[in-house]
Ligand binder design. Structure first.
Ligand code: AMP
Ligand code: MG
Length: 334
């Protein structure tokens, strides 16, 4: 059932449920998460089962604050610490060498664990009340769209018998940026709510490590980055403006939805052939566009279109993460 996440009585109840080994769905500033006690194997098993998530895809562990970090990880590289100090609480996940206490089920058997301190007030209240670490992947079935409202989380998991803390729509709306600091390199394993430019302000140059063969995601550096993910049911393609006209022509009389960042004269000219869905009111407002991306795709998915065409965003700021998600949402025959 969905309950008010701002009511402390519900936070207390949710915390009790987590301690008793149950799951709780809660908001973070990125997307809604399906939370479990990160040290309780039986609870973790329930997460994988409800999400139909393969065990090789590791979970992100959420902490209330940076002081809890040392309980779960070995020495933190200097640059990682600087990133944590700058961007926590917030949509940054750090992949760090784990301590023994972290179960293999959380990390997919890796020596590293992904950790984040979220800033959403409901997530913060829950983490503080619970006191421990909450492992929480997005509250949706494997490879489907991540939910950014309480209702879409509840529905995405098939209306499970799990408490859903409602904290309103997610502020960022895209998953966290996953970063791993190595001796010689800063690797961005997943672009997300903190831009590459912001990361590089702290670390200097970074590498984008996104390329993963779809056939073997389990052996990749960041398994969740497999090339199909975050997808609506309707066939979807990411295109550049220059390719749209040809694609529309080729689709003859099919029902097409077009997703674009914001109003633009080139897109407006296509209005008689496609239903346009702008993610923001401004052509360059990537922050609002990111916040609306998943919910827009989810709504389009219920409207019976034959195809969704997504127009590529500029590759800067949150545009990198928006394009990454739209690219991974691609499927179907075009
Ligand atoms: P989410 O699906 O938002 O819960 O994010 C989990 C993703 O974080 C995984 O699919 C991986 O891509 C990444 N991740 C989690 N743990 C690790 C780890 N130990 N090493 C590398 N990437 C990780
Ligand atoms: Mg996910």
């Amino acid at each position: 059932m969905i309950v008010d996440g701002q009511d402390q009585r519900n936070i207390n109840k949710a915390s009790e449920l987590l301690k008793a080994g149950e799951l709780v769905i809660f908001p973070t500033e990125t997307v809604y998460g399906l939370g479990a006690d990160a040290l309780n194997i039986e609870s973790l098993e329930k997460v994988f089962a409800l999400k139909a998530r393969p065990k090789w895809d590791p979970l992100i562990v959420h902490l209330s604050d940076i002081s809890k970090l040392e309980q779960f990880v070995e020495a933190v590289p200097d640059k990682a610490l600087k990133l944590a100090e700058k961007f926590w609480p917030g949509p940054l996940t750090l992949v760090l060498r784990k301590k023994k206490i972290v179960p293999d089920l959380v990390t997919g058997g890796r020596e590293t664990v992904a950790i984040r301190v979220p800033r959403n007030p409901v997530a913060q209240s829950l983490l503080r009340q619970f006191g421990g670490a909450i492992a929480a992947p997005s509250a949706n079935r494997f490879q489907q769209l991540s939910p950014t409202t309480a209702l879409s989380a509840f529905e995405a998991l098939g209306k499970p018998n799990v408490m859903v803390l409602d904290g309103g729509p997610c502020e960022v709306g895209l998953e966290s940026t996953v970063v791993m600091i190595e001796e010689k390199a800063t690797k961005i394993l997943r672009p997300g709510g903190i831009s590459r430019e912001d990361i590089e302000q702290i670390t200097g140059q970074s590498e984008l490590n996104l390329g993963v063969a779809a056939e073997a995601p389990e052996s990749s550096e960041s398994p969740g980055q497999s090339s199909f993910h975050y997808a609506p049911r309707t066939p979807l393609k990411l295109v550049d403006l220059t390719d749209i006209k040809e694609l529309i022509l080729r689709k003859g009389n099919k029902r097409l939805a077009l997703v674009a960042i914001g109003p633009n004269e080139h897109v407006e000219r296509l209005r008689d052939r496609v239903e346009i869905h702008y993610l923001s009111k401004g052509e360059h407002d990537l922050v609002t566009a990111a916040a609306n991306l998943y919910e827009t795709l989810r709504i389009i998915d219920t409207k019976g279109f034959d195809f969704i065409i997504c127009l590529r965003a500029p590759e800067s700021g949150l545009g990198l993460a928006i394009n990454d998600r739209m690219k991974k949402a691609q499927h179907g025959y075009f």
